[in-house]
Write a protein that binds this ligand. Structure first.
Ligand code: NAD
Length: 330
């Protein structure tokens, strides 16, 4: 099949070209993101392949369908950027990569927790300047601390397993009961209990209308003084302004973000020569107890290989008229 990829980087070319040797599709890589003005570039492709910040709204979907696109293949797990109702009305199936490496994201979650706790990001700069003083770098033992996980799916469960290895007490909340989390010794609880008892809270649920701004003034008020908040899931789970207030009054003592609500205007690009206009983002960066990475939790060679393999298999299944195991339901 002819596949037009939007929003690609050199590493996408590398992994997709390598894996495609077993599949034999025609690959066309575009650097531009998908939106209403770039959608006509899909002309001639049977499949369009997009990533987390591409805009796949009703207007774009109509344009794609009119241009003969038959399948939308997401090379990511989240699908909050796609208007699924319109896709269904247009008879345009949407497939995704539900799990490519929960380890990559869970391990990055731990990287944020450990760096924030032991202030590795600050120590790195200090030592390079010949400053070996320890003042201000004191951390705490992770062993024995209570960590609350919101969302106990693939990534939440791997995170729970790692945290158990550190000797943490792990609380979990999910809309679905989870036998796997019981087996790991996660204490399934409600959100008020999780907010009240957790030293660290880490978000692993999808962005939906129900989870939009889940972390807001009201939920922050219920949290422990001096807690750590980690978000490697989707930016809009957090109300950025409420979190800034939480940081200012030191209720939130550490914040680790791999995602940001307005990241579509910033992430995955080199913005170092530009003036960043987002005041909420810049205020967040001004705190030395805030550590932000630019949506890189998924970014391991293992994950990229799996993303390419599962995406191309989804497309081959479609080509061969097989059931689409990874179809996203509207
Ligand atoms: P998953 O589908 O396996 O698990 C999600 C879990 O969240 C499910 O158990 C579901 O029941 C639960 N959930 C749904 N609504 C909820 C709610 N209102 N409250 C609490 N729990 C709720 O997904 P996953 O693979 O574990 O991924 C989790 C999220 O991580 C994805 O939705 C995606 O947004 C994000 N993600 C981020 C990166 C990154 O690079 N930063 C990479 C992959 C995934």
């Amino acid at each position: 099949m002819t596949i037009t990829f939007f929003n690609t980087k050199p590493y996408d070319h590398q992994f997709f070209e390598e894996v495609n040797q077993q599949y034999g599709h025609q690959l066309r890589f575009l650097e531009v993101p998908l939106n209403a003005s770039t959608a006509p570039l899909a002309q001639g492709a049977e499949v369009v392949c997009v990533f987390v910040n591409d805009v796949v709204d009703a207007q774009v979907l109509h344009q794609l369908a009119e241009n003969g696109v038959q399948l939308l293949a997401l090379r990511c797990a989240g699908f909050n950027n796609v208007d699924l109702k319109t896709a269904a009305a247009l008879n345009l199936p949407v497939v995704r990569v539900p799990a490519y490496s929960p380890y990559a994201v869970a391990e990055h979650t731990l990287a944020l927790i450990l760096a924030l706790n032991r202030k590795t990001h600050r120590a790195y700069n200090r030592v390079r300047e010949g400053n070996f003083a320890l003042n201000g770098l004191m951390g705490f033992d992770l062993h024995g601390r209570t960590v609350g996980l919101i969302g106990l799916g693939a990534i939440g469960l791997v995170t729970a397993r790692i945290l158990k290895g550190f000797g943490c007490r792990v609380l979990g909340y999910d809309v679905q009961p989870s036998a796997a989390s019981d087996e790991l010794g996660v204490e399934f609880t409600d959100l008020p209990t999780l907010y009240a008892q957790s030293d660290i809270i880490s978000l692993h649920c999808p962005l939906t209308p129900q989870t939009y701004h889940l972390i807001n003034e009201e939920s922050i008020n219920q949290m422990k003084e001096g807690m750590m908040l980690i978000n490697t899931s989707r930016g809009a789970l957090i109300d950025g302004r409420a979190v800034i207030e939480g940081l200012k009054c030191e209720k939130i003592k550490y914040l680790g973000l791999d995602v940001y609500e307005e990241e579509g205007d910033l992430f995955f690009e080199d913005m170092s020569g530009k003036v960043i206009q987002d005041d909420v983002f810049m205020r967040l960066l001004s705190f030395n107890n805030v550590l932000v990475t630019g949506h890189q939790a998924f970014f391991t060679a293992d994950a990229l290989h799996n993303i390419a393999r599962i995406t191309l298999q989804n497309i081959t299944d479609f080509e061969q008229g097989k059931p689409l195991a990874n179809a996203v339901k509207s």
